[in-house]
Design a protein around this ligand. Sequence first.
Ligand code: C2O
Ligand code: CU
Length: 471
Amino acid sequence: MMRTTLALCAVISCGMIAACTAQPPTPDEAPQTVHAELGDPFAAPADAEDLDPADDIVRYQLVADELEGDTRYRYAFNGQNPAPTLRARVGDTVVVELTNQLAQPTTIHWHGVAVPWAMDGVTWMQDPIAPGETFTYEFQVNRAGTFWYHPHFNTANQVDGGLFGMLVVEDPSDPIPDTEVLLVIDSADEFLGDPDAVMGHGGGMPEDGAGNHFGHGSERVRRTWYVNGVEEPELVLPAGSTARVRILNASNTGYAALRWPRIRHIANDQGLLPSLQEPERLVLAPGDRADAEWLIDDDGFVVELDPYSLNGGDAYGPPRTLMTVVADGGDPAPPGLAWPFGGGEPTADPGSTDVLYAFAGSDRTGLWMINGEFFPDVTIAELELGQTAVIEVRNLSPTEHPFHLHGLHFEVLSVNAVAPGYRRVEDTINLKIRDVVRLLVTADNPGDWMAHCHILPHAEGGMMTVLRVGE
Ligand code: C2O
Ligand code: CU
């Protein structure tokens, strides 16, 4: 854990990183100030301080609070946007004491982590944490990966308002890069409802994913993207160095179609891929994560965003700059690191279907359904503990939807009847318009697991259901 801090401190000597401290920053130091200029310095979300001396327990304190004054976000954990990074190693017990200083109830959901159901932060048959109360979450992390945490109550408002951060589970057998770069990307101010109202169906304004809100006459607002709370930051890395880049799209509704030269994709939602992938670009839907490897030469590069709309994928217009990587020095690119990729072929589709989810709805009504039902008035699909099952998800609506499943993960068997080129294990998968995806799950974690669209106004518009894994 010291390693990352040291690596980032080393970069400070280049004079570009604003803050490097093991202590949680005070609200004044936290990267929540509005930066409007191009080329602002890059600051990774600071790590939270581990309060437990034991080797296999990490204990963190989080306070959800409202922000005062002229800040981009309305809320923060520990005064910080993005929230503090929580770190653990595979096998660790994670203990998080959450104190709610908001004026409304809240929870934390550990997105992508198979926690016991009582720790999942959902309000389906569980009470949220009332204002002024403290709740202690405790769970073990058995899979390495780039996960994240966010409230699961009044979610569109609270996540848009700034309550999100990374949960990094490290695998000690991974190679150690020169730098670990955390990119929490977000577009703020997507929630157009009343932040103090607890939303039922139809929360927030419908929106097309390119940042264009429908409604308000035909006024359209261009989405602004932030990296770690900063617009178009500049990160200086030494030429000849390696970096592991962990990327999270924490946006409520925005798709990040990321492009940079020679992408080396090493991990997705649920950890290392079976092999190195070199796609043309990485499309992260809301809630998605990806890890990449950067091999810095003496050139530097720009990370760009392709125009992308949830009303049909590729949109018009030139790519725009998300951030710039500046190389310091003249060294050539180093060789790639020896990632312990697991290999393995995609599992063959057994052909049967155990659970079918049909997504339907429309921006015009702001009503979004699964199997014609609106959460919480849903039919509960049930699996037996230990059962291996196929979930088929069909998108019958005129927009894309990232399907997310709590408590379990899935292997992608096929997208539109085509098996993936490598074994893909994930917890969030995007469905383009008319897509049919088939997912293999092992029902090894008992509980009532939310299955929903991660476009948060869609989830709050009703596009959420419950998958029960029996004891
Ligand atoms: Cu990231 Cu049900 O959520
Ligand atoms: Cu959706």
